[in-house]
Each structure stands twice: as C-alpha cells, then as structure tokens.
Design a protein around this ligand. Structure first.
Ligand code: FAD
Ligand code: DHB
Length: 387
C-alpha cells in the first residue's frame, strides 16, 4: 500500500492527526496493534481543554461531545481543612469539558470510515524503515500476512511503549519518576461534588472527578509497590469516604467498580521529536503525571502543530513548519510538564518529606487561597495555554 502519511497508533494523537489530514484531503493510514474493542474500552483521561474540544468542533466530530460533555467553570484544590475554588471562568473567561478519553476515541473511530480514514486494527510487529532517506516505509503483519506501507512521512503516535521513539535512537531525554501511583475507580454513582476536587489529605492525595452526572471517577495516592489485590472495592470506598467527607457537598456514593487500576506517575520528555521522515507526537514523546489532566490535551496540541506542518508541506511544498515542529511543540510541552510537576508536588505526600515540606505545601495553598494572581496562573494553565 502507498499513502502520504503512515500513522502508528490509534490513541487520541493518531486518530486526531488522521482526521485533521483527511479533512484536507491528504491520504493516510493508521496502524494499531490492539483490537478496536480494546482501544475503545481503555479508561484514561477525563478533562478536555478548549484546545482539544476546538479540534473536535473544527472536525465536526462533536455531536456527542456537545450533548454529553459537561462544561466545568471551576475546580477545587483542598487540604484537610480548606477548599480553594479556582474559578476558571471568572479568571480566564474559559472553561474545561468533562468528556472521557474513551468517548473521544469512540467518536473518532466511528467517524473514520465516512471520512476515508483507514484504521488497521490488530496490526502486529510494526517496524519502521528508511526514515533517513526519502522513501520511508512501515512493515507489519495482519492475520499472519506480512504487509508494507510506503509513505512520504511517518507519524509515531504509539504511546510511551511503542516502537517509534526507539526508531529515533539516541535523543535528548529528561525524566522524573515519582514514588507513588494513583489507584483509580470508575463507577455508575453520582459525583460527591459538582466540580473536581484535588485534595492533599493527611493520608495522601485524592481526586474526586466524574464522567457524567451519574458516573464518578475517583483516585487516591498509593505507594508505587502497592498491589491492587490489597484493595477490595469496599476498602477504597471507605478511604474515599474518609478523605472527601470534610470537603465535598455530599457523601461519597458507592457502587460496583466498572474499572479499577493503578497507574504510576512519571514526568518524561524525549526532545528529539523528529528524525528524518519520522515525527513523534503525544505520549510517544512525553509523559506528564496526571495531576492537572494534561496528557491527552498535550497529545492534541502536538498533532494540531504536526497536522499544520504536514499540510503546509504536502499542499504548498513549504517545509518551514515541519522544520519548526519540534521547537513549537516543545515550547508547549515543557510548560505543561512544569504545571503537572508543580501541582503534583503541591498535592501529594512524598515519603521522604517531613513536617517542613508539608508546612510549605500548606503555606502555598494558603497563598493561593488569598491571591487572585496565583489563582489566575493556575487557572490559565489548567484550561490550557494557547496553541
Ligand atoms: P496512547 O493513548 O497511548 O495511544 C497510543 C496507541 O498506540 C495505543 O492505541 C497503542 O495500542 C498503540 N500502539 C502501541 N504500540 C504499538 C505498536 N507497536 N504498533 C501499533 N500500535 C501501537 N491523562 C490524563 O490527563 N488523565 C488521566 O487520568 C490519565 N490516566 C492515564 C492512565 C493510564 C494507564 C495511562 C497509560 C495514561 C493515562 N493518561 C491520563 C494519559 C493520557 O491517557 C495519554 O496522555 C493519552 O492517551 C496520550 O495519547 P496518545 O495517542 O499519545 O497515546
Ligand atoms: C481525571 C484525571 C486527571 O488526571 C485529572 O487531573 C482530572 C480528572 C479523570 O480521569 O477524570
């Protein structure tokens, strides 16, 4: 098969890039290792910046988003005894939208056939070739058959563990691992509070989030070594109840878990986002800790830049934007890394921290509570910096 852009990975980055290119009539194909079912049922992020919702509106893939997305004008930062509301609408004139990554993915996959976006699921053994020349290609196997896609460009949108970053080889790499993870639960129960609460409690971080007025998503901080088998659902509900009772409008309502998992926290940037004809976007190039909900939104801004650059190259033979892609993307990535790192440090209990460090956290939250300037800085990062 011959195409203009071979896209590896059908997460938010690969699917959005595919649709943005197809909207300009540019041929592309998405190669995904997993089944469609698997991709559509992976539970991940839940908060969309306007940068991300604007892309979905621009593509006209927004019917369900418009009907079901929950516009959030504020969120809360809390400690054991105070709740600071960040009024993002008053401070920035903007908002965020609660709409699950799962739903975004489903909408993008469903819209693909009508827009001529070809997604090959269960493409195994993907390998990248010839990126330093002008005839790159990707090989893979499907149902036991060996296949090949020749392309002008390859977009590596295959997440943190995919083959694209490895194909770049040595690059400028920056990493910070955290000594804890988030244990998450999704359940069909009404949220305990109308807006998200990020809480730094004596027992560690906790987040009350939601997917809809009838579906809640909660997380708590757990040690990196924690085994999920130590967490029967009732134990987690007890813990959430204890942490949110003093902070939320209503008691935490319990229900059977639709999903429960532990995700480690990591900050990571691989600055070498281009080698020859291969470009990285999304988690393939960077990871943020989830505090601040930036991961999916950064994937969206990367591909907005990359789509612009590929369109300029293909339509107008203008290579300047492709040459500038890495610098343009990194400028936004590092600011999101900074915000996620700052919020992670402010809101979690670090095992090596003592009473002094905790006093620093309390003092910072106190400062935020009384300072419109601090609240504005947090709000404008939370809604997302401009493209
Ligand atoms: P991905 O969504 O990872 O998509 C990459 C795709 O590439 C996948 O479909 C994968 O199957 C495919 N792929 C991988 N290898 C190959 C291969 N060899 N061949 C073909 N295809 C391949 N962010 C938040 O903001 N809030 C959260 O609560 C949150 N929770 C998360 C929980 C987990 C467990 C993880 C892993 C991430 C979470 N994130 C969260 C981050 C957010 O989900 C990601 O930033 C976002 O999914 C990035 O999108 P992406 O398209 O770049 O990568
Ligand atoms: C959710 C996840 C986040 O990382 C976050 O900062 C806010 C919400 C969520 O899954 O709902």
């Amino acid at each position: 098969m011959k195409t203009r852009v071979a896209i590896i990975g059908s997460g938010p980055a690969g699917l959005l890039l595919g649709h943005l290119l197809r909207a300009e009539g540019i041929d592309c194909v998405v190669l995904e290792r997993q089944t469609r079912d698997y991709v559509e049922s992976r539970i991940r992020a839940g908060v969309l910046e306007t940068v991300t919702t604007d892309l979905l509106h621009r593509l006209g893939i927004d019917q369900r988003l418009n009907a079901e997305g929950m516009v959030e004008d504020g969120f809360n930062l809390a400690s054991d005894d105070q709740v600071v509301r960040i009024d993002i609408k008053a401070l920035t004139g903007r908002h965020v939208t609660v709409y699950g990554q799962t739903e975004v993915t489903r909408d993008l996959i469903e819209a693909a056939p009508a827009r001529g976006l070809d997604i090959v699921f269960e493409a195994k053994d993907v390998e990248i070739h010839g990126i330093d020349g002008d005839a790159p290609f990707v090989t893979y196997t499907k149902d036991g058959e060996s296949l090949r896609v020749d392309a002008q460009f390859i977009a590596g949108c295959d997440g943190f563990h995919g083959p694209s970053r490895k194909a770049i080889g040595d690059g400028a790499e920056f990493e910070r691992a955290y000594p804890f993870g988030w244990l998450g639960i999704l359940a069909d129960v009404p949220p305990c509070h109308p807006e998200l609460i990020y809480a730094n409690t004596v027992d560690g971080f906790a987040l009350a989030s939601m997917r809809s007025p009838t579906r809640s998503r909660y997380y708590i901080q757990v040690p990196l070594t924690e085994d999920i088998r130590n967490w029967p659902e009732e134990r987690l509900w007890d813990e959430l109840d204890r942490r949110f009772a003093p902070l939320a409008d209503r008691p935490v309502v319990r229900g059977p878990a639709l999903e429960m998992s532990i995700a480690p926290l990591r900050s990571y940037v691989f600055e070498t986002m281009r080698r020859g004809r291969l470009f990285l976007a999304g988690d393939a190039a960077h990871i943020v800790p989830p505090t601040g909900a930036k991961g999916l939104n950064l994937a969206a801004s990367d591909v907005a830049y990359l789509a612009d650059a590929l369109i300029a190259q293909v339509k107008r033979d203008d290579e300047a934007a492709l040459l500038g892609y890495q610098a343009r993307a990194l400028a936004r990535i590092w600011k999101a890394e900074r915000f996620s790192w700052t919020l992670t440090k402010l809101m979690h209990r670090f095992p090596d921290d003592g009473p002094f460090e905790h006093r620093m956290q309390v003092a910072e939250l106190d400062y935020v509570a009384g300072s419109r300037a601090m609240q504005t800085a947090i709000a404008e990062n939370y809604v997302g910096l401009p493209l």
